[in-house]
Write a protein that binds this ligand. Sequence first.
Ligand code: S3P
Length: 444
Amino acid sequence: MSHPDPLPRQFVASGPLKGAMTVPGDKSISHRALMFAALAVGTSRIEGLLEGEDVLATAAALRAMGATITRLKDGIWEVSGVGVGGLLQPAQALDMGNSGTSTRLLMGLVASHPITATFVGDASLSARPMGRVIDPLSQMGADITASPGGRLPLMVRGICPAVPISYTLPVASAQVKSAVLLAGLNTPGITRVIEPVATRDHSERMLLGFGAQITVEETDQGRIISITGEAELTPQSITVPGDPSSAAFFAVAASIIPGSDVLIANVGLNPTRTGLFTALTMMGADIVQENPRFVGGEPVADLRVRHAPLHAITVPHELAPSMIDEYPILFVAAAMASGRTAARGAHELRVKESDRIATMATALTAIGVGVEEYEDGLAITGSAGAPLRGDAMIASRLDHRIAMSMAIAGLASHKALTIDDVSPVATSFPTFFETLDALAGMAL
Ligand code: S3P
């Protein structure tokens, strides 16, 4: 897929951020809601769906495989499923755009259906490793032909019936776990995934809600997740909570910009996702959870974040899976803290939408921050609250989270910085810039 023209944008020092805001629906949960609804027999309703490019790529692919998916109004969608086993052969290649989650989870779905699908994506996605899903899905009997290095474009020839496997995850990855579980939905018998380190568990929670036979055991080897196929899924009415990974940018912005006081409403706080809020609190951030409740089977609260001086920490390695998407914005928080923050044990950052260790090291160095790069993370010497230098051109490298993180760094910079292309922000947070502008110009 070709990428639209680059969209440069400049960021300058901001006054305090003030006001109430919401974040769009959780990206991980939105993908899964569409996929499980597309496999149920009957019509599901989804409220609060993220209408970002990544999730729209999932919707388009599911339509191409037979599901009827209708947008009723803002964030409210209806999906009529084909039933597990009922996916149809897509007529054309499935265009995954920038979305690793769409690709890996849909590869799992196709693997145990008697259909063949070709997956294509943009330059960022086409550089990302797919071997991690090719291995277990091949063990289940799917025939997968990938480009060199196990990359896109690739073709999955599904098999029906597939063979149930017991698979221990070699990398902590919710995408790989979910790909195997999704393949297991249409595989007779019990498919098992063993995860030595817990990763986000939205698939497990939601599959239970859709009526799948799925169990989770906590053992000495880690979590053992077992799914029984061939499953029958019952349509659901789902409300998607706000995305903590999107809230993260505003939690850091409010923490580092003096005088800020922001209320971020309806933030999903599944414990497998909250590592960034834990790390920020360890650094001295003032984050208060208000009105805790459950939305769509997930814990949710409103977060009130006020400016506070941050201090350096050594980020515990155990937090990595629960904040894997939040390291770029954590690095920005570290750049404004007092002392040297070490954030390591996160080698996976090398294979995200960009190499997030290298991309952030280059970007922060360009605006005057002291950075040491390691194979598995960064150490950052912070400014103790003083504005960053700014005054640089930053490459976002087709990575939405780099663009948003460096936009926040720009608000804390003395001189303007320019991001060469902010268009990737539309993959996960289409309203990011209007939200930022509203908070910068509003009183609480
Ligand atoms: C996701 C899992 C994570 C995360 C990604 C979304 C998911 O990827 O980085 O943004 O929805 O399952 P990995 O499985 O590669 O860790």
